[in-house]
Ligand binder design. Sequence first.
Ligand code: 26W
Length: 803
Amino acid sequence: MTFINKEDFKRDFKNKYLQIHGEEYTSGTLEEKYVALGFLVREYITKQWIETKKSYDKDKKQVYYFSMEFLLGKLLSTSLINLGIRECLKEGLKELNIDLEELEEVEEDQGLGNGGLGRLAACFLDSMASVNIIGNGCGIRYKYGFFRQKIVDGYQVEMPDHWLKGRNVWEIKKSNKGIIVKFGGKVKVDSDNGRLIFTHINYEPVLAIPYDTPIVGYKNGIVNTLRLWSAEPLNNEFDYLAFSRGEYLKAIEYKNSVEAISQVLYPDDNYLEGRVLRLKQQYFFVSAGIQSIIRHFKKNNNDIKELNNKIAIHINDTHPSLAIPELMRILLDEEGLSFEEAFYITENTISYTNHTIMKEALEKWPVDMFKSILPRIYMIIEELNERFCKKLWDKYYGEWDKISRMAIISNSNIHMAHLAIVGSHSVNGVAKLHTEILKKEEMKEFHKFYNEKFNNKTNGITHRRWLMKINPSLTRVINESIGEEWIKEPERLIDFKDYVKDKDIINSLKVIKLKNKIALSNFIKESMNIDIDPRSIFDTQVKRIHGYKRQLLNVFNILDSYNRIINGQGEDIHPRTFIFGGKAAPGYLFAKKIIKLINSVAYVVNNDKRVSDKIKVVFLENYRVSLGEIIIPASEVSEQISTASKEASGTSNMKFMMNGALTIATLDGANIEILDRVGKENIITFGLSAKEVIEYYKTGNYNSRDEINKDNRIKIIIDQLSNPKFNKDFSDFQVIYHNLITANDEFFVLKDFNEYIKAQDTINSLYKDENRWNEISGVNIASSGFFSSDRTINQYKEDVWKV
Ligand code: 26W
């Protein structure tokens, strides 16, 4: 069914190379070959892209996924897989003496996201295209993505991620589709026959230029669009006048302030720094996106009141929540609708996902700052707030405190989550537990008021990247046993469960894992010059470094193992390699110290002959999508050990499971649903429940000192934090010490320590029976189909977007 054969491809490739580089391909560098191949593949894609656009049924609803982050990683190999031509091209290139995998390596990661939320958006794009939804992404084309992390002397150092320095073969700049976004200025109010007319004057115009990237569906001919906006100065009289009046500096200032908007991704995860520039970024892409949707809509429709039947706009957390007042603004000021009409359409067009209950992450903007940057948008939010408060007043007459807790504007701040709930018809959490916590705790008053808006959509990951691409050998074994139907219907992976007791399958799983472990060992040897034993247990925690994710608990287990081995009590400890990766927000001191601590422990452990045949610790720098793709298929233990209630879902847990790792987990986020699917014999859980954690926060009944006094192992480890062997600079880990003791261990590391160690011991004993271990591994793989983002997207499609 494919549209290209090997011979045609070879001809196309040679021509493309010649056309771009003006030379024969034989003399070129890998980069040059990659660029030629990339442009050629994009050309193949473009044919289907145009077809997809032509085939858009005017009556069919379209989805727009608005997100501040899209963490795509590399696109070449997944696009080839989805086009169904990877094998053909691989062979063709081989005949030209080119290794496709080497070219795939050359591509820069597109790292326009921080972590889970951004990667989820990328998986969703892949799934929307693959399940035949016309679903487009809308975001910002940051010139600099998430910073590159270097580890120097054990510390994290941030470097700019200049991902566009080479050529981005995927994007197409659409210069003729620019849109003006207005900042600052004043709103002039006139009355026309009793109707108020709002005119935005003296504003600073910013030109938003779209760059489109094709998103290829899996073997279905569909190509959707990710549209990212770049901010440019508008070269109109404004600018020209500034020059001609000799106001040279003003003109340059204008240019700089505009370009700053899409300059850099904020490296914050679960922590809001209320910067003006971030607010500008949010309005910038939301306004450009909504304006372009309306422009497009009006080409095919003449009744704006049909908007919510033809368009669904989804907002990925509150970061794009200004979509609500921006859509209102257009409907009111440009389309002339009444407030009621505009609100009805807006509420029924927009849906919202919440991704975190961390208080520090809840977005709020000071009214004064907001008003001066977005004066008209502020007026609309004020009106929304007033009307909403009136409704509250009707229902909760006299309950002032409740009303002010729920208001959109209170204490001189605009609360974006409240705006998002009021202005959308659907509010969802990202795993069962998370949604329950939203309904019963965090958003309980809103849930009472708007019961029908709340729903759950458990996250997912695309199995095309996170299994087929990164683990081709495992994919082959699955295909050989259950056929290929599971690729289009991932929940059918469960059929693989019938095979997990089969000796040959168990053996294949062993062989594949070992092969992947050897590949990772080689990578570690090359990049860090550390020797690790591929026969040891590969135990991995890769994710953002954050207090609540408790990398510290993992380190405490390592130190405890170290102490046991040194005291001659380590016979039961199976050789293990502890692998870490992840970035800390540049301003998050505690998280940075955790990185330093991991590296200090690694240094001590890896250089101590007494333990060297038992444990190794590796911190891999610059964790990113493409590094995850090497680490995950090689891992056997997946560390999902967040303080219960804090991790909304987690998605790396799903990736590890799909590649056959065993999960050691707290009962948090999607871990609970993994447990539901694999059964308690096939996952190892421990620790406080979410209920217990929440109860402790309410009662204040926890005292971390009690835990230290109760348990000598903890005492010893805490002393080691200030031991010069681990800590050349005495003050280095004071922040950690302070967090555990003075700040009363807010993430219950010490409370869960004992159970965690026991859980780790269970792993040691389980691993002794290789067959049993691999059978469990097989059950995990077979049960992972539910966590395909195809399932998640189909649920959004049915329940939320109604496509
Ligand atoms: C305003 C600063 C800021 C930046 C990013 C606040 C919050 C965020 C994100 C919502 C953080 C995030 O990525 N959350 C993660 O979302 C994933 C996808 O739903 C979940 O799997 C993770 O559990 C959640 O931490």
